[in-house]
Ligand binder design. Sequence first.
Ligand SMILES: NC(=O)c1ccc[n+]([C@@H]2O[C@H](COP(=O)([O-])OP(=O)(O)OC[C@H]3O[C@@H](n4cnc5c(N)ncnc54)[C@H](OP(=O)(O)O)[C@@H]3O)[C@@H](O)[C@H]2O)c1
Length: 331
Amino acid sequence: MASRLMDAVAYESCGGGPNGLKHVKVPIPSPKKDEVLLKLEAASLNASDWKIQKGVFRPLLPRKFPFIPAVDVAGEVVEVGQGVEKFKEGDKVVAMLNFVNGGGLAEFSIASETFITSARPPEVSAAEGAGLPSSGLTAHQALTKAAGIKLDGTGQLKNILITGASGGVGHYVVQLAKLGNTHVTATCGARNVDIVKSLGADEVLDYKTPDGAALKSPSGRKYDVVIHCASAGIPWSTFEPNLSATGKVIDLTSRPSTWITIVLQRLSFSRKQLVPLIINPEGENLDYLVELMKDGKLRTLVDSKHHLSKAEDAWARKTDGYAVGKIIVET
Ligand SMILES: NC(=O)c1ccc[n+]([C@@H]2O[C@H](COP(=O)([O-])OP(=O)(O)OC[C@H]3O[C@@H](n4cnc5c(N)ncnc54)[C@H](OP(=O)(O)O)[C@@H]3O)[C@@H](O)[C@H]2O)c1
């Protein structure tokens, strides 16, 4: 396999947006110990992909050029490396590749058996599965570890606000939150209100209305938890009056002002908290999410599908920040 070439999309330097992506032919990689080679069927894009290209995480990422972006993929195992036990040739999987190597915008890619790779049952399409890893695992971590919601519905009732509920992460947060004992208020653009209701939100606010901008619950609730996924920055002063006495904002979009707020909260012994979250992916949680999808309890909203040969269109769509669910690149 190693001597054959494949189609891939890569960039040679930071910056350049969709125009910085180049269609290239590169050798098909070979799986090493504990790795599998996947023939990719679909990949999905995340905000981190265009942020890495923009240079936001320099000098950590990308480590080298040319860099093939995207980490969330679905495909078929076509070769296994030494020591691989969980998968064999012909298995369909969903995987999260590592951020250092990327590799999702290509015909083939290497996934680690021991990192985040889950078997994909026939009920879960490649596009739906490819949407899941980063966004689904972030949604799961925010709700379970950071907010303490029990997804089997056994916890105490919590009032939750989800901002950016129509987006790649937000649409999973809404669906997973409703598996727990929660009342969900969600914000999104006017055109997406019905879609977000269809995901299970109890009440939905258009963020451009005065009440939406103020995050006021139509039923007058105070929020025990906010999962803040909206790409737009929202200041603490907007969240604070809407929180219950011990309310927490789990912030997926932390920026320098987040840390200033946290320091001020500590100094004032506030019981309301702003909590930054960074994804710490765990394979067993991806297994759980795939199982939910198989059982029809979780779905991927597919914003749009683009062929690998048109990956720059997918990139432009993701960069604009108004996708409804996930943007999929098919090979
Ligand atoms: N910390 C982590 O580990 C982690 C992991 C994953 C993602 N993230 C971050 O989470 C954020 C969301 O990612 P994503 O992939 O879901 O992005 P996305 O798909 O672009 O979604 C962003 C959403 O924000 C909504 N939005 C824009 N302005 C808004 C406002 N003023 N109020 C409410 N909603 C607003 C848009 O809604 P409409 O289209 O309806 O207007 C859009 O659906 C990004 O900043 C990303 O970097 C962080």
